[in-house]
Write a protein that binds this ligand. Structure first.
Ligand code: ATP
Ligand code: MG
Length: 569
């Protein structure tokens, strides 16, 4: 491709709307443009990278035995009503009516559609296993689309769905897909980590997320510093701590103290001169429609995924001020377990159970209790693990130390079991002629998010540093003076020579100053740059520079093609 003819609108200024580096660089490098909130167009350069990721995914899906299909994006409401998700799926599901008044939606995912195909076409155990995938546009009306391709409303996803005869067979398929995912992200040149993930309402440890490690990632991962345990913090179980500093002290008197305007843990503990781990905060949440009080140690954080699972609910929100007042009799900041109404469900984190002489709100404005003790002052509530794991907590597997890292979820694999085959009736006849439910798995990859994650992980102050396998071009030839016929001829020769070897080359034949060309080459992140300039006249040499290392070598013009091919391999 010739740069002079290539549609590549780069930007010098950093666009104000972009917060994270990948978004900034995707815009600056002319790879994408925003149409509206969460909607992006891929320009030619961006599409080249996207296609490369797609190609790697296709090759690995095919290798894993999955077969490609392409399913409709518009889906009828009937199918979603059958699965129960028409009501359950939140506002991310974009629903609309067509001209005949038929309710439809834009597919945010395709379990319903694929299960519909399988229930109609699969008869016998001999037809299984079956693993189908597609690379297709999804639409999710995200509440806060942000970070460009990371969290958009319309995005390209590879989604695969497997159907097996039983759990053991699914386990095998799952392992094959797990390995395929590792290969995909390795081949994309990413530093990633598979982590145990939340399975939502299904339960069990049957899900892994593939996280690209990056400080700007939206997900937090609990990693063990001793073993290879890694889990999304949403999921990571906390081992109950047994030695709390105040456990052994004698019981104090319960005392009501005035705490005017002191609401937050920081304000109260500072005012009373105690540490945060001696305070029990009482969070009033609305679980589905019902208020629940969740008790957490002052220095800990509520894990809403764990609490939702414990309560068996699908939605959890903090109660608003009015609800808190009506439930506790006090404004936000003064709730506590002592004297709460009998009817209110109370759940306490397990680490709260061993506390003695703790501080809590007094359920009246501007007052707290000190010296509160279980049994004497307040009856024991239900205790469970409902907090977020923190740095320094013991590893749930080996008791080593947990550290927290950030990651970008680029892929997610999931053992669905019979969740969808049951409600939609995807059955087959086993060897004994008995009807059985197909056992399913599902496997997603955000294709655009993978490109963004690669940039998030590979860049410097000058621009993108693409890993070779997903770079839009492998080589850029910077022709220093387009008016110099000798230089131009050499650049053309190199251009043609490299293309003949199957190398993807961008020839910078623009009438621009060398400085501009070098700046753009760095911004675009093309792995190798060949400079055809002064050295050509002087020594019949060109320079090859690595974008990753910045290392530059000079080679005789006629050996440049061979050298480049060598480096790329
Ligand atoms: P998240 O927790 O980030 O919202 P998810 O758990 O909803 O993701 P899945 O339903 O597992 O995502 O979708 C599979 C993959 O699709 C994700 O791993 C991610 O790479 C990608 N993906 C999901 N939502 C978006 C989005 N809004 N924009 C871009 N990619 C997305
Ligand atoms: Mg989501």
């Amino acid at each position: 491709m010739r740069y002079s003819k290539f549609f590549l609108p780069t930007l010098k200024e950093v666009p104000a709307e972009a917060e994270v580096i990948s978004h900034k660089l995707l815009l600056r490098a002319g790879m994408i443009r925003k149409l509206a909130s969460g909607l992006y167009s891929y320009l030619p350069l961006g599409l080249r990278s996207l296609r490369k990721v797609e190609k790697i995914i296709r090759e690995e899906m095919d290798r894993a035995g999955a077969q490609e299909v392409l399913l409709p994006m518009v889906q009828p409401s009937e199918l979603w009503k059958e699965s129960g998700r028409w009501e359950r799926y939140g506002k991310e599901l974009l629903r609309f009516e067509d001209r005949h008044g038929r309710a439809s939606c834009l597919g945010p995912t395709h379990e319903e559609v694929i299960t519909d195909i399988v229930r109609k076409e699969i008869r016998s155990y001999r037809d299984l296993p079956l693993n189908l995938y597609q690379i297709q546009t999804k639409f999710r009306d995200e509440i806060r689309p942000r970070f460009g391709l990371m969290r958009s409303r319309e995005f390209l996803m590879k989604d695969a769905y497997s159907f097996d005869v039983d759990d053991d067979a699914l386990e095998k398929t799952y392992q094959v897909m797990y390995k395929a995912y590792c290969r995909i992200f390795e081949r994309c040149g990413l530093d990633f980590r598979p982590v145990e993930a939340d399975t939502g309402s299904i339960g069990g440890h049957a899900s892994h997320e593939f996280m690209v490690m990056a400080d700007t990632g939206e997900d937090q991962i609990a990693c063990c510093t001793s073993c290879d345990y890694a889990a999304n913090v949403e999921l990571a179980p906390v081992i109950q701590s047994s030695n709390h500093q105040i456990t052994k002290s004698p019981n104090h008197q319960i005392t009501k103290v005035s705490t005017p305007g002191k609401r937050s843990v920081e304000e109260v503990t500072e005012f009373l001169g105690v540490s945060a781990d001696c305070l029990v905060k009482t969070l009033i949440v609305i679980a589905d429609d019902r208020p629940v009080a969740a008790l957490i140690r002052g220095d800990h954080e509520l894990n809403d995924v764990k609490l939702m699972r414990l309560l068996g609910v699908e939605g959890l929100n903090f109660a608003d001020d009015a609800t808190v007042r009506s439930v506790t009799g006090a404004p936000v900041g003064f709730a506590g377990p002592v004297g709460l109404s009998e009817g209110l469900k109370v759940v306490a984190d397990q680490d709260v159970s061993i506390l003695k002489n703790f501080v809590t709100g007094a359920n009246e404005p501007d007052a707290h209790f000190t010296g509160v003790n279980w049994g004497r002052d307040v009856s024991m509530p239900e205790f469970a693990d409902i907090r977020v794991i923190t740095e320094g907590d013991p590893c749930p597997r080996c008791k080593g130390k947990i550290e927290l890292k950030r990651g970008i979820e680029v892929g997610h694999i999931f053992k669905l079991g019979t969740k969808y085959s049951e409600v939609l009736g995807a059955t087959f006849l086993d060897a004994d002629g008995k009807k059985q439910l197909a056992v399913m798995g599902c496997y997603g990859i955000g294709v655009g998010r993978t490109v963004a994650a690669a940039i998030e992980q590979n860049h410097d102050e000058n621009g993108i540093i693409f890993p070779i396998p997903i770079a839009p071009f492998e080589v850029i030839i910077s022709l220093i003076n387009v008016k110099d016929t000798v230089m131009s001829k050499a650049a053309e020769d190199l251009y043609n020579g490299l293309m003949a070897q199957g190398v993807e080359v961008l020839l910078d034949d623009r009438k621009e100053r060398p400085g501009v060309k070098f700046k753009d080459a760095d911004l675009l992140g093309i792995p190798l740059r060949i400079v055809v300039g002064k050295r050509l006249e002087e020594k019949n040499e060109v320079e090859i520079r690595s974008r990753v290392t910045g290392e530059t070598i000079s080679v005789i013009k006629n050996e440049a093609v061979k050298k480049v091919v060598e480096i790329l391999q």
